[in-house]
Design a protein around this ligand. Structure first.
Ligand code: FAD
Length: 286
């Protein structure tokens, strides 16, 4: 159902003001980040919120801070700025590729990290599987305080957390791991991806895969880790054909979502090829 009147927008300049506005601007106020998901609400036949709390003038939300082995990324950092900042951190290649290849340049200069994690029902969000494979943590804030949780826990709880909640930052730990983000759009750019595989691995002293993290996006309603494949690839060499064959034997756990870009069975069918491409890319990383 579409709203008949335009929503009101307030523009706070601090997180505290934003939280107060989310709680006090009447029932149903929602954060407005890049607006690239919200602006398409009518196309999805979803109602706009009665009021929005814009996040673009809150300096803390736009900061990327590196301290020791920790990188904290503000929720309002755009895909474009994130991709640029991560150029200096090769271990986060998966997140850099996710941010740098999503959508198109105009969208990437507006869409934010927080919006990608918080957009309800956005199955094809590129940053989410990349963050899952990198074991990222998110910080959320409300009037009663803030808490940190894994991305997987956030995804499971985000609908319940929603009223009055603000995602403020994402925290990553630096390590010696390699990572990669492989997506299949139907055209070269601008499409939502049909399927996504994000992978992060350590390499042990025999040259074999250690502690793999593999996440799949856009195939089901919400991105998730592919733990059966992680278990099967641990201790294997970086052999794309073998990894693809192992993945093919383990796709039964996925139930692909139907969508305008592709049917559900196709999204599942392409996963082994994406796994092979991901392992080939990992093998070529220094
Ligand atoms: C044509 C087109 C193609 C696209 N293709 C892709 C693609 O292939 N891959 C991809 O990843 N993205 C793609 N996007 C961008 C996608 O919309 C964004 O990645 C993201 O999901 C929305 O970010 P945003 O900052 O614009 O969020 P907004 O539209 O401002 O908000 C999205 C939702 O998140 C909530 N929200 C925003 N920030 C916060 C916060 N800090 N805390 C709590 N809630 C918050 C809002 O209330 C809203 O419900 C595309 C966009 C367009 C227009």
């Amino acid at each position: 159902m579409l709203t008949a009147t335009s929503p009101s927008v307030v523009t706070p300049t601090s997180i505290a003001e934003a939280l107060a506005a989310l709680s006090g601007a009447g029932r149903g106020a929602a954060p407005l980040a890049g607006g690239t998901w919200i602006m398409r609400s009518p196309l999805r036949r979803e109602a706009l919120a009665p009021a929005y709390v814009a996040l673009g003038r809150i300096p803390e939300l736009a900061v990327i801070a590196v301290a020791g082995n920790t990188i904290e990324i503000g929720a309002a950092v755009t895909h474009a700025d994130l991709a640029g900042a991560l150029a200096a951190h090769p271990e986060f290649a998966a997140l850099r590729a996710a941010a740098g290849n999503s959508a198109n340049p105009a969208v990437r200069s507006a869409a934010t990290l927080g919006g990608n994690l918080c957009a309800p029902g956005f199955a094809a969000a590129d940053l989410v599987p990349a963050l899952l494979c990198l074991d990222a943590t998110v910080e959320i804030a409300g009037l009663s305080g803030s808490e940190r949780m894994s991305v997987a826990e956030f995804l499971a709880r985000r609908v319940d957390l929603r009223p009055g909640m603000l995602l403020t930052k994402v925290i990553l730990q630096r390590s010696l791991r390699r990572s990669v983000h492989v997506r299949l759009p139907l055209r070269k750019a601008g499409d939502y991806p049909v399927a996504i595989v994000s992978m992060a691995v350590g390499i042990d002293d025999r040259g074999c895969i250690a502690l793999p993290r593999i996440a799949v996006g856009s195939v089901e309603a919400t991105a998730r880790r592919w733990t059966a494949l992680e278990d099967a690839l641990a201790g294997q060499t970086l052999d794309p054909a073998r990894a693809s064959a192992i993945a093919r034997s383990l796709t039964a756990g996925f139930s692909g979502r139907e969508g305008v870009e592709a049917p559900g069975w196709y999204r599942v069918q392409v996963l082994p090829a994406l796994v092979g491409r991901a392992v080939a890319a990992l093998a070529s990383q220094a």
